[in-house]
Design a protein around this ligand. Structure first.
Ligand SMILES: [Zn+2]
Length: 409
């Protein structure tokens, strides 16, 4: 039983369904995608011949960012969010830093509004994580491609953020990384934002970030963030791949959320983050699709466990029930209540347990076989928003993507 806002008021068992009820078979709470850059979807399948590493891939990503304007960004985000929804993600945190025109001039919030409208049209929940991006690297000026990401000063970021919040009341915030925001600016941003607002940051995705921070500041990126007051329970750290024992303890003691993005981390050759150790230390583990080279919440959760197995040569590093909880943990990181429980949003994903992928699985094992092809109904706020790969309004995500990619080429 839901209220007018689509939140669960009560759960009744052994009752006869009414004609207006939504009937689902096997269902799990909606998946929370705590870390996305929707425009990276344009790079899927286009970056595999060049080899290289994260930094080589980043050049291709900058070329994609250069093609965006409020119209093309809207269309690409709409298509990407549509793929997410029909694949089982019911909420997304969009880590957004393409704020300005290519020369750095203002769009008057058009890029940010485009993302929120794209999500609303699809029916996926969104927290826009409006991102501070000030420098080109530790101690480095902006490159020409980075100019449109930057507000140049922390005070200008905060001014833009507060203006934007008058248009988007549920706005979240992010510090891109210790590479892109100097320590004094980090302090100013943390002090300047309301305490209740989710705050995300890319953390130690690459060893080079650690090397740069240690040489410039004598601190790991985690220690630098802690010194600047960022490492608290409101923090969501993304990747957290290359951590010291002290880093893990700091994040765990704070009860921070750590977003693992296993398909992206594998695709970019980042490494395997210490998810089990972070969880044991007290951190909350969530998932993100990040660069959207893969949009598959089942695979993202499964890969979290499988990467642990590869690194430890042990199976069952996460209990199946823990893995099930990881799927919806992103909601917390986005400032949303836990889905699928009384008081939380009525967000569910129905899974076909009789497909060639899922037949024969027992208990939570079905989540080790399922893929987005097994997603039937997707319910957000008590309303069926997608069925068998198609949006409620009849839109086909593949067609939306074709339109979006055609506009970019
Ligand atoms: Zn990211």
């Amino acid at each position: 039983v839901t209220d007018a806002n689509g939140n669960i008021l009560s759960i009744q068992s052994d009752s006869e369904p009414r004609a207006t009820d939504i009937q689902l078979g096997t269902a799990v709470p909606g998946y929370g995608n705590a870390h996305s850059h929707s425009f990276h979807r344009a790079l899927r399948g286009r970056t595999h011949s060049a080899g290289g590493d994260f930094w080589v891939w980043r050049e291709a990503m900058y070329r994609a960012a250069a093609q965006l304007d409020p119209v093309t960004y809207y269309e690409l985000a709409r298509a990407t969010f549509a793929e997410m929804l029909v694949s089982g993600y019911t909420a997304v945190g969009e880590f957004h830093y393409v704020h300005h025109r290519p020369d750095g001039a203002s769009y008057d919030h058009e890029m940010e509004i485009a993302l929120v409208e794209a999500a609303a049209g699809v029916g996926i929940r969104i927290t826009l994580l409006d991102t501070a991006y000030l420098t080109g690297g530790v101690g480095l000026p902006l490159s020409p491609e980075q100019v449109r990401f930057s507000d140049r000063e922390a005070s200008q970021y905060l001014d833009r953020w507060y203006e934007l919040r008058t248009r988007i009341p549920t706005l979240g915030a992010a510090i891109h990384s210790v590479r892109a925001v100097p320590p004094e600016a980090i302090s100013m941003i943390v002090a300047g934002l309301p305490d209740s607002v989710p705050l995300h940051v890319h953390l130690s995705e690459q060893p080079q970030e650690n090397v740069d921070a240690l040489s410039a500041y004598g601190l790991t990126p985690t220690a630098l963030l802690a010194e600047r007051g960022v490492v608290t329970s409101r923090l969501t750290a993304v990747h957290a791949t290359h951590l010291t024992d002290d880093d893990i303890k700091m994040l765990g003691d704070a009860g921070a959320t750590v977003v693992m993005c296993p398909t992206t981390e594998a695709d970019l050759g980042d490494g395997v983050g210490p998810a089990r150790r972070l969880k044991d230390a007290g951190a909350v583990i969530a998932i993100g699709s990040d660069q959207n080279a893969v949009i598959d919440p089942f695979l993202e959760v499964r890969a979290l466990e499988l990467h642990e197995r590869l690194a430890s040569r042990q199976r069952g590093r996460f209990d199946p029930r823990e893995l099930a909880a990881v799927g919806s943990a992103g909601y917390r990181a986005l400032g949303m209540s836990q889905p699928g429980v009384v008081g939380g949003p009525c967000d569910f994903v129905e899974i076909d347990c009789s497909s060639m992928r899922t037949l024969g699985a027992i208990d939570h094992g079905v989540l080790f076989g399922a893929s987005p092809a097994d997603v039937q109904k997707v319910v957000v706020g008590g309303v069926v928003r997608a069925t068998n790969g198609q949006l409620r309004n009849g839109d086909d995500p593949a067609h939306l993507l074709w339109l979006a990619l055609d506009a970019l080429s």
